[in-house]
Every structure is written in structure tokens, then in C-alpha cells.
Design a protein around this ligand. Structure first.
Ligand SMILES: Cc1cc2nc3c(=O)[nH]c(=O)nc-3n(C[C@H](O)[C@H](O)[C@H](O)COP(=O)(O)OP(=O)(O)OC[C@H]3O[C@@H](n4cnc5c(N)ncnc54)[C@H](O)[C@@H]3O)c2cc1C
Length: 483
């Protein structure tokens, strides 16, 4: 427990959500729109900077989850909810479908069982195709594929806009966001909890633990010891946009008990993604890529799509799955302690996020948290940063009304001064240039910022951000002062 100063807030929040990843922001959104007063706390300087920014960005149907598991149920529900939400919010989604490819007779023999599993998970539109049809659909596929299972619902989605949309809506509904505040202890009391952070104490009635890779540590602060997070690192390679014509669907391997395996997928930014690896690592901060990991990916990628060998790599990164000894999600609510644990959201949390939030909200209500019965409000309209739709630089009417949308700053990604200006002045402004990248795609392209970094830095420095960036940020519509 730290000796941090008390905030002196007059009234405790109803709920403090620890962790502003895609899961924590989704839960905060779901509670805030039901008139629950929430504080969303994160150690980082932005929402969605943990595993939520470093995944494979697939909107999973849940076809290959364990039938009857909580993950299967919430993923199925989350898939439907997020598809609908994304349409309203302008979160980029492309309905590419997936082909689960069998490369050996043993894998081909597994396809009927995977099809049956998909049906038991409620994903009923899957069907097998033979090698001829597979190569007709994906002519650049490497030699030797024997057939595939088509999963039409698998899609690609923007992992950055999703938590930003949830947080934006939560803020608009009155939630407070407290960034750069690491939770170091929790004083669990009969009437209220005191969440101790390194920037002060947050008083609340209920605690929601959505701390991802650190959810076991936060659970221990509430006296729990039911699970341990074993980080499982996944390294990925991003290929340049010139590789995009090599495939039209997500190309999946036959999964193993341990991992979904190495896939090749388009991204909503127009790139091609190869990965992830699966390696247990002791350090929950170890997001380094390794020569061996990347070499193994290239080896697999060149077999799946030989044309990748001639394509340039734009970026590499790694994310950590919050794995536990139990394969399923670790979600429960303890009404007597006014505590919700939302952990072990390993490989599917982006897709399941709204299903998880709906489920947790229901459990909290059953345990005594009062929710207003309001109808679900429309999502906020987010800046569109996908490749498939119309971006501002392509929108003549928009440029005529505001020429800043015609002034391209980042030429690789076609990001305009108008979009950067909007992001800097938005309801959840970026605290650094990487956060600006997740809002606009600026610096995300093949030149790695060689041509535009100086201009972007200048625009960033000229914004009102230095003051905001310097303050330990608790952000709310009323611009509360930090503790
Ligand atoms: C390689 C890889 C590929 C994946 N691919 C997909 C995919 O294609 N589709 C899909 O749906 N899912 C995918 N996932 C899973 C998905 O990314 C995760 O399930 C999801 O991001 C988990 O979100 P979260 O909010 O639980 O965790 P996080 O995003 O990690 O958020 C937890 C937050 O808690 C904060 N925090 C932790 N401890 C503290 C503390 N003490 N005080 C304050 N803040 C704290 C952290 O700063 C962090 O921001 C993938 C994951 C990996 C690793």
C-alpha cells in the first residue's frame, strides 16, 4: 500500500474499473450509459495500449472455441454486438471471411470435426471446399493445400478505434478517465473501497478488475488467489500494402490445443499480417520480437503464400495473451465484496468485448448494483481510418467544406491535416505521437515517418497537448482536476 494522498472527492464513484483495454472500456461504456458513475483507471497514458493494441485484429465468430464454454457464449454474443456497433460507430470492419486450410492428410481429416464444432458453437454457415475451389479463391496460395473449411463470418476489424469508441462513449455518458495511474493496492471496506494508485486514491463502491496481464495481481489486492496469468507472447509481421492483392480472405491453419496457429490476414489498413507465434514468457511486459520468432513466421508465411517472400515488411510487433491454467475466461462477481473479476481474456477479447461487458453488467446488477433501465444509445461516430471506405482525402464535398481534409501530411497512409487537427482536439486527445497514430494512421506506413514525422511532431507540439500530456490525467466532460 502506498502513502498516496486521498483525493478528497465528495462522493465515491459507483464503480472503479481497473484497466482501460478493450475489455475495461467496454464495461465502463456499458455501465456509464446505464447511469452508473464510473472511474476508469489505467497505468498507461492512453486507452487500449496493452494487449488490445497488439493482436491479430480478427473479429472472430467463435467457430473454434470450446462448445458450452463461457468464451463460446460471450464471443458469439460479442461478435453480433460488435458487428452492429462498428457499423454505427464507423469502426473499420471488412467481411473477408476465412479459409481454414488443410495442408496434410491428417489436417484434412480434422476438418469435419472442426465443422461440427463450429455448428455446436452456433456458427452454422461453415462449409468445406476442395483444393480446386480453394485455389480458385486464393490463387497465390502455396502448393500442396488439400482443401479448406470456409468460415464466411470471420472478419477483420480495427483494434485501435474499438476501445477508443467505447471510451469516447463512456466519457460522454459521464465516466471519468484516470490515466497514468497505476493501481498499487486496494483497501476493501464495508461501505466503500479505496483504490490506491500512484497518483492518489479513488473511492468507489464496486471494483471491476479488467487489468489484463496484471489481473492476477489486482485480484490478489482483493484477497483472491484463484488464478495466475501466464503471459503467452505472440509475434507478428506486417507486410506493405503492395502485398494486399496476394489474398482475399483470412487464411487460417488447423488449430492445435495450444494455439490458433499462424495465420495470414489482410488488415483494415490495407496491409497483410502474418502471425502470431505462441511462446510462454515470464515477464508480462516482454513484448520484444525475436529473430527466431520472426524467422519461424517468415518460414510459415512463405509456405502459405510464396509471394510474400518478395514483399517488404513494414513493421513487426508482439502482444501478450493473458493465459491462465484454465482455458476459459475467468469472470465472476462477488456481491459480498462488491468485486467483479474479468480475467483470462486470452485470444478473443477484442471480438467478445461487448458480450463480456453485457454479461458483467448483468452479473453486477444481479449482485445489487443499480442500473438505470435506459435504452441503448447510438454509438459515437468515430473518425474512419479503414482502407475499404471513403477517407477524408477522397471526399470532395468534405474537402470543399474544409480544405484541411485535402492537405495530406502522411503520404503513405494518406492522413490529412484535418484529421490530425480533429484527433488533437477530440474528446480523448492523444498524449503522444503513438496515440495519434492509433487515431489517424499517421506514421503507420512504409516510410516509417521518414517524410512526415517532423510535420506531425510540429502539429502535435502546436496543439494544446503539452499541458494535458504533462498532467496525470483524469478526464471527464467536466475536466476534473487530477488528484
Ligand atoms: C498475439 C495476439 C493475437 C490476438 N488476436 C486477437 C484477435 O484476432 N481477435 C480478438 O478478438 N482477440 C485477439 N487477441 C486477444 C485480445 O487482444 C485480448 O483478449 C484483449 O486485448 C484483452 O483486453 P484487456 O482489456 O483484457 O487487456 P489489455 O488490453 O491488456 O488491458 C489491460 C489494461 O490494464 C492496465 N493495467 C494493468 N494493471 C494495472 C494496474 N495495476 N493499474 C492500472 N492499470 C493497469 C494495462 O495498462 C492495460 O491497459 C489476441 C491477443 C494476442 C496477444
Amino acid at each position: 500500500m502506498t502513502g498516496a494522498a486521498e483525493t478528497g472527492e465528495p462522493r465515491p464513484a459507483d464503480v472503479a474499473v481497473i484497466g482501460a483495454g478493450v475489455v475495461g472500456t467496454a464495461i465502463t461504456r456499458a455501465l456509464a450509459v446505464r447511469d452508473v458513475s464510473c472511474v476508469l483507471i489505467d497505468a498507461a497514458n492512453d486507452v487500449g495500449t496493452g494487449t488490445s493494441k497488439a493482436n491479430t485484429a480478427i473479429l472472430h465468430t467463435g467457430f473454434d472455441t470450446v462448445p458450452g464454454s463461457l468464451e463460446s457464449r460471450l464471443l458469439r454474443r460479442g461478435y453480433e454486438l460488435l458487428g452492429e456497433y462498428a457499423r454505427g460507430a464507423g469502426i473499420p470492419v471488412e467481411r473477408t471471411g476465412a479459409l481454414l486450410v488443410a495442408w496434410t492428410p491428417e489436417q484434412a481429416a480434422e476438418l469435419p470435426a472442426i465443422e461440427d464444432k463450429a455448428r455446436r458453437n452456433g456458427v452454422t454457415d461453415v462449409y468445406p471446399i476442395g483444393a480446386d475451389e480453394l485455389y480458385r479463391r486464393e490463387p497465390a496460395l502455396g502448393p500442396g493445400a488439400l482443401g479448406a473449411l470456409v468460415i464466411p463470418g470471420e472478419s477483420i476489424i480495427c483494434p485501435w478505434t474499438t476501445p477508443l469508441a467505447y471510451a469516447t462513449q463512456a466519457l460522454a455518458a459521464g465516466a471519468r478517465l484516470r490515466l497514468r495511474s497505476r493501481v498499487t493496492g486496494i483497501r476493501a471496506r464495508a461501505m466503500e473501497h479505496q483504490v490506491v494508485t500512484d497518483t492518489g486514491v479513488v473511492r468507489c463502491r464496486w471494483v471491476v478488475n479488467a487489468a489484463g496481464l496484471h489481473s492476477d495481481a489486482v485480484d490478489a489486492m482483493m484477497g483472491g488467489d484463484r488464478f495466475t496469468i501466464c503471459p503467452r507472447r505472440g509475434e507478428l509481421i506486417v507486410f506493405d500494402k503492395l502485398a494486399r492483392p496476394l489474398l482475399s480472405s483470412i487464411l487460417l491453419p488447423v488449430p492445435t490445443a495450444r494455439t490458433k496457429g499462424v495465420l495470414v490476414a489482410p488488415t483494415v489498413y490495407g496491409n497483410v499480417l502474418l502471425g502470431p507465434t505462441a511462446e510462454d514468457v515470464p515477464d508480462p511486459a516482454d513484448v520484444a520480437t525475436t529473430a527466431a520468432g520472426l524467422a519461424s513466421l517468415l518460414d510459415a508465411g512463405h509456405r502459405i503464400l510464396p509471394g510474400l517472400a518478395a514483399e517488404e515488411v513494414t513493421a513487426t510487433y508482439a502482444g501478450l495473451r493473458a493465459a491462465t491454467a484454465d482455458r476459459d475466461y475467468q469472470i465472476w462477481v462477488d456481491g459480498s465484496r462488491r468485486y467483479a473479476c474479468v480475467a483470462g481474456i486470452r485470444s478473443t477479447g477484442l471480438s467478445a468485448s461487448l458480450g463480456i461487458a453485457e454479461y458483467v453488467t448483468g452479473l453486477l446488477a444481479d449482485a445489487g448494483l443499480r442500473l438505470a433501465g435506459r435504452a441503448e444509445p447510438d454509438p459515437p461516430v468515430m473518425p474512419y481510418i479503414g482502407q475499404a471506405g471513403i477517407r477524408p482525402y477522397q471526399d470532395a464535398a468534405r474537402i470543399a467544406a474544409d480544405p484541411e481534409y485535402g492537405a495530406i501530411v502522411c503520404h503513405c497512409e494518406r492522413v490529412t491535416r484535418g484529421e490530425i487537427r480533429d484527433a488533437l482536439a477530440g474528446p480523448l486527445p492523444p498524449a503522444d505521437i503513438d496515440a495519434l497514430r492509433r487515431r489517424t494512421r499517421v506514421l503507420n506506413g512504409r516510410c516509417q515517418g521518414f517524410y512526415c514525422a517532423a510535420t506531425v511532431a510540429q502539429l502535435f507540439a502546436g496543439s494544446r497537448l503539452p499541458a494535458y500530456a504533462a498532467a496525470p490525467a483524469e478526464q471527464s466532460p467536466a475536466a476534473e482536476s487530477p488528484a
